[in-house]
Design a binder for this molecule. Structure first.
Ligand SMILES: Cc1cc2nc3c(=O)[nH]c(=O)nc-3n(C[C@H](O)[C@H](O)[C@H](O)COP(=O)(O)OP(=O)(O)OC[C@H]3O[C@@H](n4cnc5c(N)ncnc54)[C@H](O)[C@@H]3O)c2cc1C
Length: 361
């Protein structure tokens, strides 16, 4: 009886011999909406520039959409050496099939060794769709990226309820792909004197072939944008109830910021989920993060530890949040927060008085 040979799993083995050394450089897939790029795309370019220099390889960007010429130029200003642009009316709004078709074309034609996406709703959808067509893996939701001496991408992401950081390598196949969280990496300063190459990709698709149609976008009326906020005043279980968020909102208003929260505060129904910071909420990178009545569990700090300045207010001097805080205030938040608000408003009042005195001569 002839021995049955075990076939490789479908999709895992590329057909024929592939020379992986043909694959060179890093490609960042830029996410944009209506001509405005997501910050995570520039953050990924910043981090990728460091890795591309280590690999001595080009840094490339891919911009897909309609009327996205300016976004392609911006990608160069933020570090890309080469930008692929695919601009067409069918690509105006994100749809999985046409976008993944364009990306697959660029990956197969230009062979980057690493491809990176933001871990946004769109980035996750697009990266997953592309990965199903390529003989490679995809590491999702990374918080650290690096390359080793074998040119392998070391994609690290929190695992086991964020208690461990798992570093994942895709050793056999190319491109190595990953999605990465917003707010974790630093973008390079925008430099509009940078020059780079723009390569146009002609889309070959017929609207009839695309099964989905975007009818309209409905903006959320209550959602807040934590990821782009410069000041976040965040509250946890120590607030004791929804009323505690009122004093946090007052401080946030005085500082021109927004209110964040820990998961227990959301789970208790004191605030909506779009305010939650952490592993199962948003990753934020504000200039100032004020943590009020938050103990500092890893699932929370993973989402805010890269803030420029952290102030922690907690009545327990042993609270772990003090280990990552730049300034710690031990005491009752119900006394400290209103005092900070008063001080911030007084400072604002003084500044306004000075400005008006200058204007009036
Ligand atoms: C899979 C998983 C995912 C998770 N995801 C997240 C997440 O995304 N975000 C998140 O936040 N958590 C998350 N958690 C929960 C996390 O483990 C912690 O339980 C949570 O962060 C603790 O929230 P807290 O600091 O508000 O509450 P607590 O740990 O109860 O801390 C409350 C703090 O308030 C202080 N306090 C009390 N009263 C006052 C007062 N009057 N003045 C000053 N200080 C006071 C206390 O000393 C204490 O330090 C997750 C957990 C799991 C298992």
């Amino acid at each position: 009886m002839a021995e049955e040979k075990k076939k490789p799993a479908v999709g895992l083995q590329p057909e024929g011999e592939v020379d992986w050394s043909d694959y060179q450089g890093i490609l960042v897939v830029v996410e944009q909406r209506e001509g405005s790029a997501k910050k995570v795309s520039w953050q990924l370019l910043g981090e990728s520039k460091r890795m591309a220099d280590k690999l001595n390889a080009p840094l490339m960007a891919m911009v897909i959409g309609h009327g996205v010429e300016e976004v392609a130029k911006e990608a160069i200003y933020y570090g890309a050496d080469k930008v692929f642009i695919c601009d067409s009316p069918e690509l105006k709004d994100y749809r999985t099939r046409p976008y993944s078709k364009v990306c697959l074309h660029v990956i197969r034609e230009f062979k980057p060794e690493i491809v990176l996406f933001g871990a946004t709703y769109t980035g996750r959808d697009l990266a997953g769709a592309i990965a199903t067509h390529l003989p490679t893996g995809l590491t999702a939701d990374c918080t650290q990226l690096d390359v080793n001496e074998e040119r392998l991408l070391m994609a690290s992401r929190p695992a086991f309820s964020e208690k461990m950081l798992a570093t994942i390598l895709c050793k056999q196949f190319k491109p190595q792909m990953a999605t990465a969280r917003s707010g974790v990496f630093q973008s390079l300063p925008r430099d509009d004197s940078r020059v780079g190459e723009i390569i146009r990709i002609e889309p070959q698709m017929d609207e009839q072939e695309i099964a989905t149609e975007v009818l309209e976008f409905v903006e959320s009326t209550h959602g807040i944008n934590l990821e782009d906020a410069e000041v976040i005043v965040s509250g946890g279980r120590g607030l004791g109830g929804p009323a505690g968020f009122k004093i946090l909102q007052e401080l946030a208003n005085a500082l021109g910021g927004v209110v964040g929260a820990s998961r227990p505060a959301f789970e208790a129904g004191w605030i909506t989920h779009d305010h939650q910071v952490g592993q199962t909420g948003s990753t934020v990178h504000p200039k100032l993060y004020i943590a009020c009545g938050i103990s500092g569990a890893i699932q929370h700090t993973i989402g805010m530890q890269s803030s420029d300045y952290i102030i922690a207010i907690n009545k327990d001097p042993e609270a772990p949040i003090f280990k990552i805080a730049n300034y710690g205030i031990v005491g009752d938040l119900f006394e400290i927060v209103p005092a900070l608000t008063k001080a911030a408003l007084a400072k604002k009042g003084k500044q306004a008085a000075v400005a008006s005195a200058v204007t009036n001569g």
